[in-house]
Design a protein. Structure first.
Length: 547
């Protein structure tokens, strides 16, 4: 029977982006399990299915923003640019879905609304908004970390007579800005990509800024074919390096502190990183940047000088200069002509601190600081309820009816960011308290998928029916996550890493910033498995294996 006719599975995967697609391939084709995927969208791609706003592209270099588990795929696929655009990444994922014949086992257009554990059968029941109800031994969430839109409850939002779009729910046939007065709310990584594109098309653009961003040039462009050839010849080395690296990139901190350098020496290094573009300035800078405010100030000062040198109007430059948080403690936006865009005559910056914050949306536009800005289109680029939002939205109930959304009100509690005490046989790919959004995502996704696959294989070999994190191991992991990050400057910013972008959300650092990065985290997970899944408890009652 077709996937949608079956009602019992070994594993249900939620989401068909990078994570869910590889998870399906692994469990179905390596372990021969009976698996289905529920996907809310009408196609594969996850993030790259939904985020179709102008300028949407990846901020990781294309040669490492891809699957690395298939050597032939690495050789055969050719990216057109250093950072591919949304439609190219979506084409890549479509290609992978065909290549591994994934679509027959993905049920599209079905949003999971309930995931309930039954204490007697030790099986999960998964329900969708389309009325499906299936049972399964394992549930694997592949819902992404940035997939639940943050739509701030602006007063009067519904009264606007023009068109209003959240960047992550963009119309598939695009939006025509020609001759329109457009407002963009937000200046995070998304808005920084969209603003220069919209400004080129619109008659007039008003940018509503709450907090200015430290942007660094992406330096996108075609990749030298020689470089591509050399990389293809060295993919074994590249895989090894990114898997063992701090952030999943071929980037490493400079092995010295900025405080140990002369002004001339560091200026040269800064110029080199600025010219290189991409995340080098953020993730391959002096190693004291995230630890010492004094060091951070020196590095931030370079970027502040850049803003002043690019933006012609000193008043606008001042508004665009970050002052309230250390550099690097919020996600690094990469730009193409972002600051330059504020030199255009048709672009106006409305800064919350100096011009007043948004008071309401009116039928004709946005009112901020007592003034109404008339608009035809509003683009809401206010980001996501990061990491916990997508999991809380699934209606997960574990042992004894305990509710995940409720238990996580004061912040997430997990073991290794991949499992949760009280929720047996539930795995969370790139969940909170794993490196996740603090890494090049495909690297962390592959690591989780492979670890989960091996864990399930281990259970089948040993006729084990449930695996569950112990509360002790979970508490120890939570304490470790907090301890490591508390030694850095990361907790001093009102960032979405801290849950600070959502009203009422607990302020807790959400991803895991391990002392040895994703490489160290990978070793830790491998060690847990080697020590017979230390910190987990297994059982062998409940319904036995059928596969
Ligand atoms: P971000 O990085 O969360 O940026 C959202 C922006 O919207 C940011 O400038 C916010 O200001 C602003 N914002 C959020 N809520 C409001 C309200 N209520 N009023 C005014 N302005 C607001 O989301 P992005 O989509 O840009 O990026 C998310 C990630 O997706 C990105 O880092 C990549 O990993 C991919 P704030 O700074 O909170 O003061």
């Amino acid at each position: 029977p077709g996937a949608s006719a079956k009602t019992h599975f070994d594993a249900v995967i939620i989401g068909a982006g990078f994570s869910g697609m590889y998870m399906l391939h692994s469990l179905r084709d390596k372990l021969d399990l009976n698996v289905t995927v529920f996907e809310a969208g009408d196609g594969v791609g996850g993030t790259w299915y939904w985020n179709r706003y102008p300028g949407a592209r990846c901020d990781s270099d294309s040669y490492i923003y891809c699957y690395t588990f298939d050597k032939n795929l690495l050789q055969e696929w050719n990216w057109s640019e250093r950072y591919p655009e949304q439609d190219e990444i979506l084409r890549y994922l479509e290609h992978c879905a065909e290549r591994f014949d994934l679509k027959p086992d993905i049920q599209f257009g079905k949003r999971v609304v309930e995931v309930i554990f039954d204490d007697n059968s030790e099986l999960w029941t998964v329900r969708t908004d389309k009325g499906d109800s299936v049972t399964t031994r394992f549930v694997i969430t592949a819902v992404g970390a940035l997939s639940t839109a943050n739509m701030p409850p602006f007063k009067g939002l519904g009264s606007f007579k023009g068109k209003c779009y959240h960047t992550s729910q963009w119309p598939h046939d695009g939006v025509d800005f020609t001759a329109k007065r457009v407002g963009v709310i937000g200046t995070g990584a998304t808005a920084v990509q969209a603003i220069p594109e919209i400004a080129q098309q619109a008659k007039h653009l008003t940018v509503f800024q709450r907090t200015p961003a430290f942007c660094v040039p992406a330096r996108n462009g075609r990749v030298d074919p020689e470089v591509t050839r050399a990389r293809k010849a060295d993919y074994d080395g590249i895989r090894q390096r990114i898997k063992g690296s701090f952030f999943g990139f071929e980037l490493n901190f400079l092995p010295k502190g900025v405080l140990d350098t002369t002004p001339e020496e560091r200026e040269q290094e800064f110029d080199r990183m600025w010219d290189a573009g991409g995340f080098a300035f953020w993730l391959a800078n002096y190693q004291d940047m995230f630890f010492s405010k004094e060091a951070n100030d020196i590095i931030a000062d370079y970027l502040k000088r850049k803003i002043r040198s690019i933006v012609n109007d000193p008043v606008a430059a001042e508004k665009l200069t970050p002052k309230t948080y250390p550099y690097g403690t919020k996600r690094q936006p990469l730009d193409t002509n972002y600051f330059e865009t504020f030199n255009k005559k048709n672009v106006l910056l409305v800064d919350a601190a100096t011009d007043g914050s948004i008071e309401e949306i009116t039928p004709n536009g946005v009112r901020a600081g007592g003034k109404e800005y008339p608009l035809d289109i509003i683009v809401i680029a206010t980001g996501f309820d990061a990491l916990t939002g997508p999991l809380k939205a699934l209606g997960i109930k574990g042992r004894g009816g305990r509710m995940l959304a409720q238990e996580w009100e004061a912040g997430p509690q997990t073991y290794l960011g991949v499992a949760i005490a009280g929720y047996p046989n539930l795995f969370t790919i790139t969940g909170p308290q794993s490196p996740s959004v603090l890494s090049n995502m495909p690297v962390s996704i592959e690591q989780h998928v492979e670890w989960i696959t091996e864990c399930i294989a281990h259970m089948r070999r040993n006729k084990l029916t449930t695996i569950e994190a112990t509360p002790e191991a979970q508490d120890a992991w939570g304490a470790h996550v907090a301890e490591v990050v508390n030694a850095t400057l990361m907790t001093s910013a009102n960032s979405w890493y801290m849950g600070a972008n959502i009203d009422g959300k607990a302020h807790r650092f959400l991803p895991y910033l391990g002392p040895e990065g994703v490489g160290g985290y990978r070793r830790k997970c491998a060690e847990v498995a080697e020590k017979d899944y230390e910190g987990f408890a297994f059982s062998s009652h409940g319904q036995g294996w059928t596969a």
